[in-house]
Design a binder for this molecule. Structure first.
Ligand code: ANZ
Ligand code: ZN
Length: 879
């Protein structure tokens, strides 16, 4: 026990002491231990972009609170950290600063690791990994080769963005308004070979297993389900006799389409095909206008989100196909809203019942034929009505199918198409296979060797890893590996002749698809995952941003299932529970000018104008006093200059204050609005905790009896009330921790401190109650603010290490109330209240009520006819 607790709260010293203690005792080193329940807590690892932003701080604080809470609850806890270290920003930095991406990346890692350490996170640094190291990415390559053997990885041509000036492939984010980000040249679409992973083979399992992820946010599961996009419908063909130049029937004389609304088949008035469809290509051969339209469609965006909102356009092909059930001739159009990558790249158009077809038919004056009726609602071609697309109605104008509901009509029509051998029911998936080839330098090399004689040959396992040279400095003109003979030139593993190495690297989503499993298998260079992964996996709690709701989580789930099928791991889902934290927001200030466009101001460059209620109504710039536009709260971002630097905050207020503010201000899933006042308030709270530590050291500790008596003593009212209040708050805090509502845990701590500050300190019993209650506060607070609680716990003599302390549970004895208060009514009118012993039965309560002063006064001497007791609430005397 140290006697000299400093009188003022020195966050820098406190944090240094605690962090040194954790380092010295290897407090967060995780060791497999079958005798304890394990808890693997993982926050999404950062990209080493340069420095942490507040979103990181929030993410990792949430993970740390959960980690520390579970550790104190007796779990064997692991919280690792690493670096998602490949990717484009390192190449861009290389171009700008002429340093190799490797150096930039490792410098950033050093710096950011220091920042993480200064926040006091309970991380097992012995498991640290960076995905750009050969020890790690060797296993990307190894698993890729296993996938290749199983047919899960396969080569296929892919469409890429081609910058004709730099002669290089651009990532989607390097294409700005259709032009290359560096050269400004109009980007072309090119077809080049690449490797794909057959995630679609797992579509059914990826969808079905979403049901087992009960502890994932509902909206994330929904987003995944929509992305996988299972739809059941009918695939059938319109026969035709359109032939190519060689006289062969195009597509064997069948135009295939996929529809979820086969019940509307008698309402088809035209067909529409995608710009890339063979019929479109054929029709364009002697139709320059159509050829130009197709070229325009191909160069445009293929984002599905854009498809929904863009202007629908099309052109006639002059070709006709035959309706399979009516035998009528149906005209074929090319439509920009038809995707080549979905279904068969063609649709049967039913303008009466499909909104896109409706818009298209109106625009080009094509027939609209109603074939579904809903009640007696009247159909008009003037404007689209929501009910036109309903599945609730019955077929009309459909010949022999008239009068059927949705399911019956689909069945009858599918049966007839099957009988004609021209269609069948089919399940269609929106999910596409995952193209992983990137024409970039700073990524994991794809382990393939190209030989003139043998073709594409996999690199043998004993030649792994294919090491990426780390001293290249890209200059923007394409992948430098293509000019590096020391990398390129190699011998063919099959025939031994000179051959060329593949220079494409893997999508960085590959790196993040299995890092969580590697954290459990550190240092093993013989296996991708070992029995330690069986112990730690799956991750019990995963925490990260909602922006990763779809791709990262889906790829990780897929990767896990592939590893499972290869017998490498025993689990089918990597993340048991998922928390998606909200964004960190701050005020936005800007000024528009004709010369420079929009100019953003950092909050510290601004004076706020507030109304009487303290609401911000406007702002002026400090530099010139002129008004700037106040844009409310927006996500912190570099470009809008409303970020707050974690370092500055840690220096001024300390890590504990930052952590407390993050937890206290909003529930973890919600957005968090930055506020200087909130930071100040958090700091003040911690100073009060420290001050109370001084009260304890100076006024309370000396009064503690050698033999503690609290367990058996009868407490006076004021002490019983204090103790009850602390235990009630503890009960609430434990409940909220279970629900991951850390903001209310923080407020329970504040309530505990309020109560403690008012506590009597005049007796040995009071000292004992304070000792117990402050000990509870310190432990409940410790996952959120671990430094201050570590020092107070040790220096006030509670124990050596608060991390080793047991988590407090509320005591029943402290929660019971000796007396409870009941409302007293006479003839149904509330007249006052009475106090009764907590365990009193109705008879005893009646007696106390009738004898009370209030009852005697308002009964006016009349005898009681009846006394009604509502337990715990009131007594009503009828007289
Ligand atoms: C006719 C029809 C009538 C349709 C109707 C809908 C309503 P989901 O549910 O997302 O699977 N479709 C099919 N292939 C397409 C493609 N390559 N590009 C654009 N649209 C395509 O969507 C299936 C529906 O999307 C299909 O059902 C088809 O339009 C369209 F009253 O067929 B429907
Ligand atoms: Zn060869």
């Amino acid at each position: 026990m140290q006697e000299n607790l400093s009188s003022h709260y020195d966050h820098t010293a406190t944090e240094k002491t605690s962090q040194q203690h954790w380092e010295r005792t290897e407090a967060f080193k995780a060791v497999e231990d079958a005798t304890k329940p394990k808890y693997y807590c993982l926050s999404m690892f950062p990209y080493p972009s340069g420095k942490l932003h507040m979103g990181h701080v929030r993410n990792y604080t949430i993970g740390d609170v959960l980690t520390r809470f579970h550790k104190m609850r007796g779990f064997n806890v692991m919280q690792p950290m690493g670096w998602d270290a490949f990717g484009l920003p390192a190449e861009n930095a290389a171009i700008a600063n002429k340093v190799p991406p490797a150096k930039w990346t490792f410098d950033n890692i050093d710096y950011m690791k220091g920042q993480l350490k200064s926040l006091g996170f309970a991380i097992d640094w012995s498991r640290e990994l960076a995905t750009c190291t050969p020890e790690y990415y060797k296993w990307n390559q190894w698993l890729f080769l296993r996938m290749l053997e199983k047919g899960i990885a396969y080569p296929k041509t892919q469409v890429v963005n081609w910058d004709p000036v730099d002669m290089t492939v651009l990532a989607n984010e390097q294409v700005i308004d259709g032009r290359g980000w560096r050269t400004g040249a109009v980007v072309e679409k090119r077809e080049i070979p690449g490797y794909y992973l057959a995630i679609t083979q797992y579509a059914e399992e990826l969808l079905g297993d979403l049901d087992t992820l009960e502890n994932w946010p509902e909206r994330v599961r929904l987003m995944q389900a929509n992305w996988i996009g299972k739809s059941t419908g009918v695939r059938f063909a319109f026969p035709h006799d359109i032939k190519d130049e060689s006289g062969a029937l195009i597509g064997d004389g069948k135009l295939w389409v996929f529809t979820t609304r086969a019940d509307t088949i008698m309402g088809v008035t035209f067909c529409a095909v995608a710009a890339e469809h063979p019929l479109a290509t054929h029709a364009a051969q002697n139709n320059p206008e159509l050829a130009a339209f197709i070229a325009k469609c191909k160069s445009g965006s293929v984002m599905e989100a854009d498809m929904a909102t863009m202007e629908k356009e099309g052109l006639r092909t002059g070709l006709f196909v035959t309706h399979p059930l009516t035998g009528e001739q149906v005209e074929v159009w090319v439509g920009n809203y038809v995707l080549m990558s979905y279904g068969d790249g063609a649709v049967m158009a039913v303008p009466a019942h499909d909104e896109r077809d409706f818009g298209f038919a109106k625009k080009y004056d094509l027939p609209i034929k109603q074939v579904i009726a809903v009640g007696d609602k009247s159909f008009s071609t003037d404007a689209w009505q929501e009910w036109y697309g309903s599945k609730e109605g019955q077929t009309i104008n459909s010949g022999k199918y008239d009068g059927l509901g949705y399911a019956a009509a689909v069945d009858a029509i599918a049966d007839d198409l099957v009988a004609k051998n021209i269609g069948e029911k089919k399940t269609q998936w929106r999910l596409r296979d995952w193209g992983i080839s990137r024409q970039r330098y700073w990524g994991c090399p794809i382990p393939i060797i190209h030989c003139a004689d043998c073709g594409s040959v996999p690199v043998p396992d004993d030649q792994l890893p294919v090491v990426l040279p780390t001293d290249c400095v890209p200059d923007g003109s394409g992948n430098p590996l293509n000019k590096l003979s020391s990398f390129l030139d190699c011998a063919c593993p099959k025939c031994g002749k000179p051959a060329r190495r593949e220079t494409d690297t893997m999508d960085t989503f590959v790196d993040s698809s299995w890092y969580y499993a590697r954290f459990a298998t550190p240092g093993n260079d013989k296996a991708m995952a070992d029995e330690r992964a069986d112990y730690w996996m799956p991750v019990d709690q995963y925490i990260g941003g909602i922006e990763h709701a779809i791709l990262h989580l889906l790829y990780s789930r897929f990767w896990t299932k592939v590893m499972g099928d290869l017998g490498l791991v025993k689990y089918r889902e990597p993340f048991k529970r998922l928390l998606t934290q909200g964004m960190v927001l701050n005020h936005l200030f800007s000024r528009r000018s004709d010369k420079t466009g929009i100019e953003w101001f950092a909050p510290e460059e601004i004076d706020l104008i507030k109304d009487e209620a303290g609401r911000v109504t406007g702002a002026t710039a400090k530099r010139d006093g002129n008004p700037v536009d106040y844009g409310g709260y927006g996500t912190m971002s570099k470009s809008k200059r409303n970020g707050v630097d974690p370092n500055a905050m840690i220096e001024q207020y300390g890590a504990d204050t930052s952590r407390f503010f993050m937890m206290f201000t909003a529930p973890p899933e919600q957005t968090l609005e930055w506020s200087d006042a909130g930071i100040e308030g958090s700091y003040r709270f911690l100073k009060r905790v420290w001050a109370f530590g001084n009260v304890f050291a100076n006024e309370v500790r000396s009064k503690l009896p050698a033999q503690r008596e609290l367990a058996t003593a009868k407490l006076p009212d004021n002490l019983a009330t204090l103790r009850r209040e602390i235990h009630l708050n503890l009960k609430q805090a434990n409940y909220d921790l279970g629900k991951q509502q850390f903001n209310t845990v923080a407020s329970s701590c504040m309530k505990m401190l309020n109560a403690l500050e008012k506590a009597p300190r005049d007796s040995s019993l009071a000292a004992e109650v304070i000792e117990e209650c402050f000990g509870i506060l310190l432990r409940v607070l410790s996952p959120i603010t671990p430094h201050i609680t570590h020092v107070l716990w040790a220096d006030l003599g509670y124990g050596d290490d608060i991390l080793q302390a047991t988590w407090p549970e509320p005591l029943e004895a402290a929660l019971v109330q000796d007396e409870i208060e009941l409302v007293l009514q006479v003839l149904g009118k509330t007249r006052g209240s009475i106090k009764v012993p907590a365990g009193a039965d109705n008879k005893a309560i009646e007696a106390i009520a009738l004898a009370s002063e209030v009852a005697v006064k308002f009964m006016e001497g009349k005898p009681a006819k009846k006394v009604i007791v509502v337990p715990g609430r009131l007594v009503n005397i009828v007289c």
